[in-house]
Design a protein around this ligand. Structure first.
Ligand code: NAD
Length: 301
């Protein structure tokens, strides 16, 4: 049994913590939102208010938070709140599963190591459904020994775990994958809109592309028009799914990395701009495949 201090019991963290508790681990949970704490408590998580005291009992401090700045604040402290790096026992593993900037992930890991701790970044894909089912995909950036130590926990919460390399490389894999996803979802939507204008039936185009070189996840799982894939968000008025706000966030992280590394990547940059625009409107709460409606509404002269 491992004692895990779990911070961030939201859409993803709540069910992940519940799965760890159900597997027999001791899970100490904290969130700023009382309703999230209450729900986790009902799912077998021991809720705590003093995170520094809880960190001193933990083998692993797991964060599932909205942004990298929050992860760094939790690690190093901010204002009156003490940093958990100063409260945990030496050698404790700080495992961040949030999606954050590669540079911030490396900064967090360096701070952990400098404080005598060990660190891993392990962002996920699979959404809330995967978090509930315990089938998330984890992309891990960590030294071999730390990866081996967290693997049994990740296997409870996930179905596929890939060790991508050292610190920050889990985050690197996540943003590279999501950059492809953002670009392909737009490309598939553009193809359907062009097909519509040319008089091509959605199902006919799907039947061709899904068996041809245009085949991809954005088409065969997340098809942006209703009909061909009954489970896709297009069949439920683009209720997520993966909300436009989250795609915009992930492409923003990809853009930061592209700039830092001096990579041109025109397609990725254009997808980032399109999703920032989509998420600034009602796309924030809708599935990211709903961007097809913006494409349909825009005309060239
Ligand atoms: P969420 O907003 O539902 O949950 C985040 C939780 O963190 C909230 O309950 C918030 O109150 C809590 N929190 C904020 N600051 C805190 C602090 N200092 N201490 C403790 N708790 C704190 O977000 P989510 O959808 O669960 O996403 C979490 C992370 O997972 C994000 O980085 C997101 O990008 C990533 N992610 C989300 C999805 C998805 O489909 N939702 C998929 C893959 C990855």
């Amino acid at each position: 049994m491992t004692t895990v201090l779990f911070l961030g019991l939201g859409h993803m963290g709540g069910p992940m913590a519940a799965n760890l508790a159900a597997a027999g681990h001791r899970v100490l949970g904290f969130d700023l939102v009382p309703a999230a704490l209450e729900k986790a408590g009902a799912a077998g998580v021991e809720t705590v208010s003093d995170t520094a005291a809880a960190a001193a009992e933990a083998d692993v401090v797991l964060t599932m938070l909205p942004h990298g700045r929050l992860v760094l604040d939790v690690y190093r402290g901010r204002g009156d709140a003490p940093g958990l790096l100063g409260a945990a026992r030496p050698g404790t593993v700080f495992l961040d599963c949030s999606t954050i900037d590669v540079a911030e992930a490396r900064e967090a890991a360096e701070a952990a190591v400098a404080a005598g701790m060990r660190a891993a970044d392990a962002p996920v894909s699979g959404g809330q459904v995967g978090a509930e089912a315990g089938t998330l995909a984890f992309m891990v950036g960590a030294d071999d020994d730390v990866h081996a130590e967290v693997l049994p926990l990740l296997e409870v919460m996930g179905g596929r775990i890939v060790h991508c390399g050292g610190s920050g490389l889990g985050q690197a894999a996540k943003i590279c994958n999501n950059m492809v996803l953002g670009v392909t979802q737009i490309a598939v939507a553009e193809a359907f809109v062009l097909g519509e204008r040319l008089g091509l039936d959605h199902q006919a185009l799907y039947d061709v592309m899904s068996q041809a070189s245009g085949q991809c996840w954005a088409l065969t799982t997340n098809c942006p028009v209703p009909g061909p894939v009954p489970g896709s968000p297009a069949n439920r008025d683009y209720r997520p799914g993966f909300a436009g706000a989250l795609m915009s966030k992930d492409l923003g992280l990809a853009l930061q990395a592209l700039d830092q590394q001096g990579v041109a990547a025109d397609m990725g940059r254009l997808a980032q701009a399109k999703y920032a625009e989509y998420a600034a409107g009602d796309g924030a709460e809708r599935d990211f495949s709903g961007i097809i409606e913006d494409i349909r509404a825009s005309h060239t002269d």
